[in-house]
Design a protein. Structure first.
Length: 230
């Protein structure tokens, strides 16, 4: 990969094992929030959380659209996650690989900024990246457009002052890669944390296949150094 490339890294299940460390707690926190704010039974709240994630790509979008939930309130309360820092970790060789990787590097996540900063701090990666692009920044004309919204992915490239063809998205979620590749971005499918801890839309995905919109598959960030631009 050329040094002038711009790397866009997902956070959860890409830079750390979020299925093991975070998602169970986060799912519970969101379900509790929905039950409390909408005054519905726990089972119904959990069903809404899953349904909105499936339909909109993010539970938050469904809550905004159908219930008028205030995004900042939702993000603050669901991502408090006491004890988060003690549960996340990364491999030392992955940290070193990121530090050696040429080009600009950003975290592009559907999680809020405060959560992303906490995770990167716990991983010892806070100084590795040139910036964080959290869900709060994924808005256009007053509307929230998190990944995999293609319009927002194009807008991210514009903000970073590069054509999409110079962007490389490193992700665990195939839907996000499909949208990015359609814009001309290169895509890398991180599979390490999907082998035993798949979560959400990646449950049951056949890891040995490589969809046409995936440029490369990896199980370690070290492999990024051996990839060649198509």
């Amino acid at each position: 990969m050329k040094r002038r490339s711009v790397w866009l890294f997902d956070l959860d299940n890409t830079l750390h094992d979020a299925s093991r460390a975070v998602f169970r707690h986060l799912d519970g926190s969101m379900t509790e929030y929905i039950a409390r704010e909408l005054r519905v039974p726990h089972e119904q709240a959990d069903a809404l959380r899953r349904d909105y994630w499936r339909r909109y790509g993010a539970t938050l979008l469904g809550l905004i659209h159908h219930h008028g939930i205030r995004p900042a309130h939702f993000l603050e309360h669901t991502h408090a996650l006491p004890g988060l820092e003690a549960r996340v970790f990364t491999h030392a060789h992955d940290r070193a690989a990121l530090q050696r990787l040429g080009g600009r590097k950003y975290v592009l996540t559907n999680a809020p900024r405060g959560y992303a900063r906490r995770v990167l701090g716990a991983l010892g990666l806070e100084t590795v990246f040139d910036g964080i692009i959290p869900i709060e920044a994924l808005r256009m004309f007053g509307r929230w457009r998190p990944k995999p919204d293609a319009r927002m992915l194009r807008h991210v490239a514009v903000r970073l002052k590069v054509p999409p063809s110079r962007c490389i998205l490193v992700e665990d979620t195939l839907a996000h890669q499909k949208a990015a590749r359609a814009l001309g971005m290169r895509t890398v499918w991180m599979q390490r944390y999907l082998r035993h801890n798949a979560h959400g839309p990646e449950v049951g995905v056949y890891l040995r296949r490589k969809p046409v919109y995936v440029c490369a598959r990896i199980r370690s960030l070290q492999k990024l150094h051996s990839l060649h631009a198509p």
